[in-house]
Every structure is written in C-alpha cells, then in structure tokens.
Design a protein around this ligand. Structure first.
Ligand code: GDP
Ligand code: MG
Length: 170
C-alpha cells in the first residue's frame, strides 16, 4: 500500500491549500462520511518516484462557528489529528507562520508526539521568507519535532523540500 501522509492542524493554517499544492491536478477523492471524518480528502500522488497518498483533515460540524467555541474547536482538531495519526505513516503538523504558535497547536503537537509516528512541522504562510509579518522560525522548534519546514502553500515555496524530507524517511 502507498504510505499515507496526513496533514493536520487547526482551521485556517492552510492545510487544504497545501493539500491541493501537493496533489496538484490529480483527482482527489472526497469521502462523504458523517461526523468528524467528513470532508477528508485523499489524493494519490508521486514524489521522487515514490507513490504516496496524502490526506487533508478538517471536517467541522455545520452551525457551530469554531471561533465561538474554543473548547469544541480544540476537541475537534484533536479528534481529526488522532484519526489521521491512526492511519498515517507520517504526519505533517501545519501551523501558521503569521499567527505564530497557539494553544491548539501545542495541544495537537503533544498528542502527535505521543503517537510515535514520523512528524514534520510545516510553517505555512512564509510567503516572503522573513518579513515582519512572519514569526521567526525558531519559535516553532519549541514544539520539539526536530526540523521545521517553512512553506508557502499559496506561492509554492518550500513544499518540495518538505516532501523530500518526508519521502526520505518512509
Ligand atoms: P485550512 O483551514 O487549514 O484548510 O486552511 P485553507 O487552506 O482553507 O487556508 C486558509 C486561508 O489561508 C485561506 O484564505 C488561504 O488562502 C490562506 N493561505 C493558505 N496558504 C497560504 C500561504 O501560503 N500564504 C498566505 N499568505 N495565505 C495562505
Ligand atoms: Mg481545509
């Protein structure tokens, strides 16, 4: 079977943008399941002659804006992360390099650390590689995941380096 790479993280960090960037134009399969697994998207793709699958996470129950229910947001993001971890060979924790680290990021990182899977941190929205709007990369080493990868999913920066590192460890 193809090794599965899971993209996890809180809403709005750019998981889906990164997923689309990785998947390219290849067809993504949209799973239509109820509950927390809805909206999970899988794509088969290839990197460096390795066949991989990527899963985007982030299904949220309609009618409950996440920003109005911080506890619920935390719970949902953790549930999504746990589901992804259970089935994935490697997990990419996506964080927002403009917003900096948040409590939800730290909480999910703790859950991932305990899972014992290969972990990568993608610091997204690093569009320019070091402007005042972007948090210093060193902030993200605090998560304790070793290397962190600055990326801009939107501008296609750093995504190749991230994928190189992932497939090197599969
Ligand atoms: P998700 O909720 O984690 O799946 O995040 P989305 O992929 O839906 O993106 C959330 C928002 O962040 C959207 O407005 C995106 O356009 C924006 N975004 C995603 N990637 C980048 C990036 O690399 N740079 C910037 N500046 N914005 C981004
Ligand atoms: Mg999304």
């Amino acid at each position: 079977a193809r090794p599965l790479i899971a993209l996890v993280g809180r809403p709005n960090v750019g998981k889906s943008t990164l997923f689309n960037r990785i998947a390219g134009r290849r067809m993504a399969i949209v799973e239509d399941e109820p509950g927390v697994t809805r909206d999970r998207n899988y794509a088969d793709c290839e990197w460096d002659h390795r066949a991989i699958s990527v899963v985007d996470t982030g299904g949220f129950e309609p009618g409950a804006p996440a920003e109005h229910a911080p506890d619920r947001l935390m719970r949902q993001v953790r549930e999504q992360a746990q589901l992804a971890v259970d089935e994935a060979a490697a997990v990419v924790l996506v964080v927002d390099g403009r917003a900096g680290l948040t409590e939800v990021d730290r909480s999910v990182a703790g859950l991932l650390r305990r899972a014992g899977k290969r972990l990568f941190v993608a610091v997204n929205k690093m569009d320019s590689g070091g402007t005042e709007a972007e948090a210093p990369l060193s902030d993200f080493y605090e998560l304790g995941f070793g290397e962190v990868f600055p990326v801009s999913a939107e501008h296609d920066r750093g995504v190749g380096e991230l994928l190189d590192a992932i497939v090197a460890e599969l």
